[in-house]
Design a protein around this ligand. Structure first.
Ligand code: R5P
Length: 319
């Protein structure tokens, strides 16, 4: 690989190191600090002139802080004359604010796309967007990777029988159907509603047979764990045998850990698109690394090769 530099924003150091280990390069030298007046400062400590630069930012709370760190880093890299500024955002901030479905509300995901682009990014690489249409909020290239294969491979290796894939709401039915095709098993749909703008969701019934079955709930993200708990409780009520859950983004805020610990859930599997600190890594939570997927995408973009080839389970089985 030629003329490539990979820089970590402050909370993304571990993820960046994993990417760099895969690429067999050292992370770029960068100094990110915060002054006493709350202003952030970034200095790139090596030349990036005419280079292919990748800035990695993992959006763990506080999210707004992460956004400023990213924007300032993009600006520093732009003013240092990088050729390409590729922003790697394994979890896209504000992705749940993706449409104007009520009067006088913002579409913050679109605003995010606009400010990242305005700051100087020439490409964004992200993963499992809450709404795939967010890709189109950018005028620059936006590559959307997926945690699907990492999660599928994990459950495939577990060799679970009598399996049913659970869709947490009507919106996730399409995705659940895809997983059910992969595992060659049925799906069941939970009726979930969210009436207000808070984090509370209500599940009322299960459509499909889960009695005595090994159920796996697939979702894009687990944030407060509200949706997950509603789903787990209803599956338990309807007689599911074992309840597994999987999500690309383990945000795990608020009471999520406590709720998971005290629930009938057998195992929750997430990837590290959002760093999961040690204190959140309870026995029931398994964290899989998605950094190799990002590293392979970076390698292929840098070498001007197809990224689409990594969108197959074969790739994950053989690497
Ligand atoms: C909802 O549409 C999403 O797919 C997730 O179910 C939701 O974002 C999870 O949030 P929480 O864990 O706070 O219920």
């Amino acid at each position: 690989m030629e003329k490539i530099k990979v820089f970590a924003c402050p909370t993304a150091e571990e993820f960046t190191q994993e990417i760099c280990d895969y690429l067999k390069i050292e992370p770029g030298k960068i100094n990110s600090i915060k002054f006493k007046n709350d202003n952030n400062f970034v200095q790139i400590l090596e030349t990036v002139r005419e280079q292919d630069v990748y800035i990695i930012q993992t959006c763990m709370p506080p999210i707004n802080e992460r956004i400023m760190e990213l924007l300032i880093t993009i600006d520093a890299v732009k003013r240092a004359s990088a050729k390409n500024i590729n922003v790697v955002l394994p979890y896209f901030p504000y992705s749940r604010s993706d449409k104007k479905d009520q009067p006088r509300i913002p579409i913050t995901a679109k605003l995010m796309a606009q400010i990242i682009e305005a700051a100087g990014a020439t490409r964004v690489i992200t993963c499992d967007l809450h709404n795939p249409a967010i890709q189109a909020y950018f005028n620059i290239n936006c590559d959307r990777l997926t945690g699907e294969f990492v999660l599928e491979k994990y459950f495939m290796d577990k060799k679970i029988d009598d399996m049913v894939i659970i869709a947490t709401d009507a919106g996730s039915a399409k995705k659940a159907y895809k997983y059910s095709k992969f595992f060659n098993c049925p799906i069941a749909l939970v009726d979930k509603r969210r009436d207000a703008n808070d984090d509370k969701a209500k599940s009322t019934t299960v459509i499909g047979d889960v009695k005595g079955k090994n159920t796996i709930i697939f979702d894009d993200e687990i944030s407060t764990g509200g949706t997950l708990m509603e789903t787990v409780n209803i599956l338990d009520k309807f007689g599911a045998k074992n309840i597994y859950a999987a999500a690309t983004h383990g945000i795990l805020v608020g009471d999520a850990i406590e709720r998971i610990k005290n629930s009938p859930i057998k195992e929750l599997v997430v990837t590290n698109t959002v760093p999961v600190p040690e204190e959140k890594r309870i026995d029931k939570i398994k964290v899989l690394s998605i950094a190799p997927t990002f590293a392979e995408a970076i390698k292929r973009i840098n070498e001007e090769r197809a990224v689409g080839e990594i969108f197959t389970i074969d790739f994950f089985e053989n690497n």
